[in-house]
Design a protein. Structure first.
Ligand code: UDX
Length: 428
């Protein structure tokens, strides 16, 4: 099928590449001409495993192209996906001006039946507003609006999209169901058809529930620390219950990224607007914010004063396998260390360029082991698996004092302690 995707950011680009991979003809639209040219040449502005190969392959096969023209894309495509950013505003609500702008622009180009699909994460009832906007700017437009939220995780976005657990399709009219099923049949996943509002809610409710699992296990980790229990054993024991599941029960310095912090506060906000005070999610946010502070407190308790202390930091991205530093807890911790006068040397396999802009006071080093040179303490802040086999013994020798704070429970406590580290992690 001929498909258009408006917005070639994270979601739009991965979605477009995967749709092309299963045989659809996809036009990706972006208003940044330079970006469009470089994408057409196969240059990907983000680090995402497998994406570059997919884009190059499908551009070469003629199934994937990039343009700045919404008009051309709307004319050529029966289904138009909106995948533009929905950034947070200072009051916790979502800025929907990009979605609204695309709806207006798409509207004026519609000449025959089109399906407009919202892929961006939006508050419930946004689809209704998109439909109203299109009708206002083109009263004769024959359209259906669909909500089709994405559930991809950065770092495994291609795999998540190619092998989804489920596809959620929220429709306002039955006419849109068959074309949507046709698009997704090649992905061999259950397709769940709902009404528009339910589909929008599924996304916010799912992300909030995952964040709730993380805050829950982080709260239990605090009890483990106070009682001498081990959070990993507790999480394994809980997670073995199929009704609970082990995923997203990894204790750490808290969740970050471009989705969870934004989506949870947007969900709290929209709930309030609809007359429900979502105290449970407010507590999820509070526990999450507290997690970084609890971690910093442990560092302060060991080092006493942070001023002029040399601190080596491993990991800056908001999680492993990505170069994304948006709302990264690691960055927030480094900012705090620098504010308190510490001298920070940091390393991340992919995120150093983006991180440097946010933490200009930190010195980036070329190799992970270099953060140990003369360090009073090491802080592991991102769950990159490649940190596990670092030459810890050699690193310890380079340090002033062998303090190691593992904010992601990535390393084996017994092994690190056997090497002579004073090793501290979360809840174990
Ligand atoms: C998330 C959702 O998983 C995805 O379905 C949605 O489409 C977008 O938001 P993403 O932000 O890429 O994806 O990252 P995710 O893997 O969910 O991790 C989010 C944060 O939670 C990271 O900071 C991660 O380190 C943290 N996390 C995750 C934990 O602290 N513990 C866990 O057990 C899992």
């Amino acid at each position: 099928m001929n498909l258009a995707i408006v917005g070639s950011g994270y979601v739009g680009l991965v979605t477009g590449a995967c749709f092309a991979e299963v045989g659809h003809t996809v036009i990706c639209v972006d208003n940044d001409l330079k970006k469009v040219h470089s994408l057409q040449d196969g240059h990907i502005p983000i680090y995402e495993p497998g994406l570059e190969e997919l884009v190059k392959k499908n551009v070469a096969a003629g199934r994937l192209s990039f343009t700045t023209s919404i008009g051309d894309a709307v004319e050529a495509s029966k289904v138009i996906f909106i995948a533009v950013p929905t950034p947070p505003q200072p009051d916790g609500s979502v800025d929907l001006s990009f979605v609204e702008g695309v709806a207006r622009e798409v509207a004026v180009h519609i000449k025959e039946y089109r399906i407009i699909v919202d892929k961006s994460t939006v508050p419930v009832k946004t689809g209704e507003k998109v439909a109203q906007t299109i009708s206002r700017y083109n009263p004769s437009a024959d359209i259906d609006v669909v909500s089709n939220p994405e559930f991809l995780r950065e770092g495994s976005a291609v795999e998540d999209l190619m092998k989804p657990d489920r596809i959620v399709v929220g429709v306002s009219s039955d006419r849109a169901i068959e074309p949507m099923k046709e698009i997704y049949t090649p992905f061999n996943a259950p397709i769940m058809v709902t009404d528009l509002n339910s589909a929008e809610l599924i996304k916010h409710a799912a992300n909030s529930f995952l964040a709730l699992k993380i805050s829950y296990i982080n709260a239990v980790a605090a009890i483990c620390e106070a009682s001498g229990a081990n959070i990993e054993r507790v999480a394994d024991g809980m997670g073995a219950d199929k009704r609970i599941g082990r995923a997203f029960l990894n204790a750490g310095i808290g969740y970050g990224g471009s989705c969870f912090p934004k989506d949870i506060s947007a969900f709290i906000r929209i709930s309030r607007e609809l007359g429900y005070q979502f105290h449970l999610l407010e507590e999820v946010e509070r526990i999450n914010a507290d997690q970084a502070q609890r971690f910093l407190k442990k560092v302060r308790e060991s080092l006493w004063v942070l001023r002029h202390k040399k601190i080596g930091v491993l990991g800056l991205a908001f999680k492993g396998n990505t170069d994304d530093v948006r709302s990264s807890v690691a960055i927030a911790i480094v900012q705090q260390l620098i504010a308190e006068g510490a001298e920070v040397k940091a390393y991340d396999p992919k995120a150093m360029d983006k991180a440097q802009l946010l933490i200009p006071g930190a010195k980036m080093v070329e190799k992970a082991e270099d953060v140990a040179e003369g360090a009073d303490a090491l802080l592991l802040l991102t769950e990159w698996t490649e940190f596990k086999p670092l030459p810890w013994q050699a690193m310890k020798k380079k340090m002033l004092s062998p303090l190691l704070f593992d904010g992601r429970n990535l390393l084996n406590p017994e092994e690190l302690r056997a090497l002579g580290f004073t090793y501290t992690s979360i809840g174990r």
